[in-house]
Design a protein around this ligand. Structure first.
Ligand code: FAD
Length: 516
């Protein structure tokens, strides 16, 4: 365990925050507002992390923004839903801390005019679970002009289409960009806040019992930074580190994860070296991912047609399920050998040859590039299409015939597609069972993508990191994808990742503010 005497600090703050996603900046903001000095260290050249790519949705039941929109959700109903979905996989006290403190966090933030949230209906992801809500429990920060950020804009990680693609930076900040823009503005107005990019937390320093500081590598070398009240690790997961994925048995490939390159897990490893316990280490927030000519598969949703088929030419899932639930079925079928990567979505020509996939995170390029790469195929008959994608033609034709019969009756007796509110969310409440009958027929390749790993450091309801005996490590806190997710192996609703990252970072900072 790294030891450090107080005299050796290069710099000293009350709080050091590793990472700069929505959770980390909420923790930094809370600490500063509670009167603490804060250093934020971000390993890449931009602030924002995966949160900068995100929709910025927050699943925080019962908050003021939902209530203003007339929401009649009750705390006991939200709790019943969360319990039904997450079960006993994570401690009840942790689940309660998330649920109880979401509304308090929104009150806290909205008392500062930098922040505003509005309800954005987005159905809960387990629509058949008790007390699921068809219009969800989901809020977002409204969009704002990028110009409001002034020079801070240059320090904010661009949205995915600009960061990974050629799309120019938009004039309006939406989703995660707006959330982070507001956090950066609010932080810029507070005293005692220092923010650094290209500064990576690589180690934790302490007296053998408590964490007292962090070892941070910068362009100018390694710095020993004292943290009088504590260190908050909110530096995402280790999704972009193939070596750690292999070590912990996380399926899928680092290149198919949606996080920016900086999410390497160095601070999580530092905490493990300090004695922290971990859980859920092979878990991620999963998604089917459309495969691009560069070989990367990206988080995809909003399907307005199509069926997925396995190596036998048969359907294997309700294609309209929330992405994490599809991802979990894909993982099961991969284990059984019923699908191989890529697997295929089959659809007809009613809307043309482009896939019926409205959100691919990274915009689709020219069709010819995908065709040349063997990722998109078309054929006049289903048999011809089956040959191209390597599945039995008679089975594919039988699958499509069966599916078309169900589309006509409106009832998917195989996978119940269309029965939960989320299934119909992207088709304007119409049936998502769109028949496949107009030639030519098409197939598009999919891989397994993830939004980030969700295994990490075990924490208590104050976000204190626990050691292997279950005792809190003094001065060490974790949140977001750096902590073992409060949602366990489930994804209860859009906005859980960032919502829980923000709540636990906020609780960490409040705890540090009270700590002597
Ligand atoms: C397209 C898309 C849409 C999404 N939409 C939503 C949504 O609407 N709602 C939702 O809840 N979730 C959404 N997600 C998922 C969500 O964005 C992430 O799970 C979440 O943002 C992770 O937050 P975090 O605080 O754990 O870390 P991140 O936001 O990933 O931030 C981690 C930061 O820490 C930095 N870092 C890593 N290691 C170190 C270190 N050692 N020292 C210093 N810095 C370090 C990284 O460079 C990174 O900047 C979406 C994801 C994608 C890709």
């Amino acid at each position: 365990m790294p030891m450090m005497s107080e005299r050796a600090w290069d710099e000293e703050y009350d709080v050091v925050v590793a990472g700069s996603g929505g959770g980390a900046l909420t923790g930094a903001y809370t600490a500063a507002r509670e009167g603490l000095s804060v250093l934020v260290v971000e390993s890449t050249e931009y602030f924002g992390g995966t949160t900068a790519y995100s929709g910025g949705g927050l699943w925080l039941p019962g908050n003021a923004a939902l209530r203003r929109a007339g929401d009649d959700d009750r705390p006991q109903d939200a709790r019943a839903y969360y319990r039904a979905v997450v079960g006993e996989r994570t401690p009840r006290a942790l689940q309660d801390a998330y649920l109880d403190n979401g509304p308090r966090l929104i009150d806290y933030l909205e008392s500062d005019d930098a922040f505003e949230f509005r309800k954005y209906p987005w159905p809960d992801y387990y629509g058949s679970a008790p007390k699921a809500r068809g219009d969800g429990r989901h809020i977002m920060a409204p969009s704002m002009p990028a110009a409001r950020l002034g020079s801070l804009r240059e320090r904010l990680r661009p949205p995915l289409p600009s960061d990974r693609g050629e799309v120019p930076l938009p004039d309006e900040l939406i989703g995660g960009q707006s959330l982070l823009g507001r956090l950066l503005l609010a932080l810029s107005r507070r005293d005692g806040v220092t923010m650094r990019t290209a500064a990576r937390c690589e180690g934790l320093l302490g007296d053998g019992v408590a964490v007292q500081g962090a070892l941070v590598s910068t362009g100018q070398g390694r710095r020993r930074i004292g943290a009088r009240r504590g260190v908050l690790i909110a530096s995402g997961g280790f999704e972009r580190n193939q070596g750690l994925r292999d070590r912990y048995g996380v399926p899928g490939a680092a290149r198919d994860s949606m996080a920016p390159q900086g999410n390497q897990g160095a601070a999580i490893q530092a905490a493990i070296e300090f004695g922290a316990d971990t859980d859920l280490m092979s878990e991620a927030w999963w998604s089917p991912g459309i495969t691009h000519p560069d070989g990367r598969s990206t988080f995809s949703l909003w399907f307005t047609g199509g069926i997925f088929v396995d190596v036998h030419g048969e359907r294997f899932v309700n294609e309209s399920l929330p992405y994490d639930r599809i991802g979990r079925v894909v993982l099961d079928r991969l284990r059984d050998g019923d699908i191989r990567l890529p697997f295929w979505m089959v659809y007809d020509d009613r809307s043309g040859a482009r896939p019926p996939v409205q959100s691919t995170s990274v915009p689709l390029g020219e069709s010819s590039d995908y065709e040349r790469a063997g990722l998109w195929h078309s054929a006049a008959t289903l048999g011809g299409l089956a040959d191209r994608i390597g599945v039995p033609g008679d089975r594919l034709a039988a699958t499509v015939r069966g599916f078309n019969r169900m589309a006509e009756s409106g009832v998917d007796t195989d996978f119940r597609r269309g029965e939960e509110p989320y299934d119909r969310f992207f088709t304007g409440d119409r049936s998502p069972l769109v028949p496949i009958e107009q030639p030519p027929f098409h197939a598009v390749a999919f891989g397994l993508s993830d939004l980030g790993t969700k295994g990490g450091l075990c924490t208590d309801p104050d976000a204190r990191v626990l050691d292997v005996s279950g005792a809190p490590i003094q001065g060490l806190y974790a949140a977001g994808n750096s902590m073992a997710a409060v949602s366990g192996t489930a994804y209860p609703g859009g906005g859980n990742p960032i919502g829980s990252s923000m709540v636990f970072s906020h609780l960490a900072a409040l705890h540090m503010a009270q700590r002597r």
